[in-house]
Design a protein around this ligand. Structure first.
Ligand code: NAG
Ligand code: NAG
Length: 249
């Protein structure tokens, strides 16, 4: 009875349901269709957002590491071309390369001059300690250390040298330049190297170390080998310096 009375109801419900389903079903594919288009839209928008995020992230990461690296090691490998009046060939276009490390906080510069390709002086390690006001040359081929007062008219301070090198870092070569010569004379043996400051101490420890004095009467450019002198060519400014270190005569 209940069943019977229920049946039509069920049928009615079924019919209703079927109707509803029929009503509901047609939109379903439409909905689904629209959904697939929509999801493609959402997907591509998501991709765009993701890609934009990725691009921004990589820009940030790149800049972060680039700047961090700049701040961490102020290391430069740089070179310069210069006219050399001492050379046999004319005109003599010489090339000098060196590694420069600039320590802005500690206020000193460290320069390594490798073995020159065309016989332009000795390889050397050089420290310009602006805190102590001292320059030290380690002549690598003689394995001797020479110390003299820092000449601030020749050597750019760390910040200025850093700016100069930053401006040419892309090209790595400084503009064509000239060479000046300075002559030093050995004055005395240095026993207390710790008094030279820790940077020069580390450079010169275990090496014969001498004090230098600038030779005042230096007018003409002297040919190499003319005296018992060694020469180191380097630059810490817009020009090249040949430092001649001569024994006591
Ligand atoms: C520094 O170098 C310049 C150029 O060679 C020279 O004229 C000057 O006398 C030097 N100054 C000192 C204190 O050695
Ligand atoms: C000068 O010559 C002597 C030997 O002849 C050598 O021991 C010394 O290192 C030389 N000095 C320089 C500055 O080259």
């Amino acid at each position: 009875m209940v069943k019977i009375s229920f049946q039509p109801a069920v049928a009615g419900v079924k019919g209703d349901k079927a109707d509803k389903a029929a009503e509901e079903r047609p939109p379903q594919p439409r909905y689904k269709k629209g959904g697939s288009v929509g999801s493609v839209c959402y997907l591509s928008m998501g991709m765009v957002v993701l890609l934009t995020g990725l691009v921004f992230a990589s820009v940030y990461i790149y800049r972060y590491f680039f700047l961090a690296q700049l701040a961490r090691d102020n290391f430069f490998h740089c070179g310069v071309f210069y006219e050399d009046p001492l050379s046999a060939q004319m005109p003599a276009r010489m090339e000098l390369e060196e590694d420069v490390k600039i320590y802005l906080e500690e206020n000193y510069e460290r320069i390594n001059v490798p073995v020159p390709q065309f016989g332009g002086g000795d390889p050397a390690d050089i420290i310009h300690d602006f805190q102590r006001g001292l320059t030290a040359y380690h002549d690598i081929s003689l394995d001797k250390c020479y110390v003299i007062e820092l000449n601030t008219t020749i050597v750019l301070p760390p910040r200025n040298f850093w700016e100069l090198l930053m401006n040419v870092k892309r090209g790595t070569y400084l503009p064509q330049t000239y060479i000046i010569q300075e002559e030093m004379v050995v004055t005395e043996h240095v026993n207390d190297k710790e008094a030279l400051g820790s940077f020069i101490y580390h450079l010169c420890s275990g090496k014969d170390t001498y004090r230098l004095r600038r030779r005042a009467t230096q007018r003409r450019i002297t040919k190499r080998g003319a005296k018992n002198c060694s020469a180191i060519r380097h630059f810490e400014n817009t020009f090249v310096v040949e430092t001649r270190i001569c024994g006591v005569v």
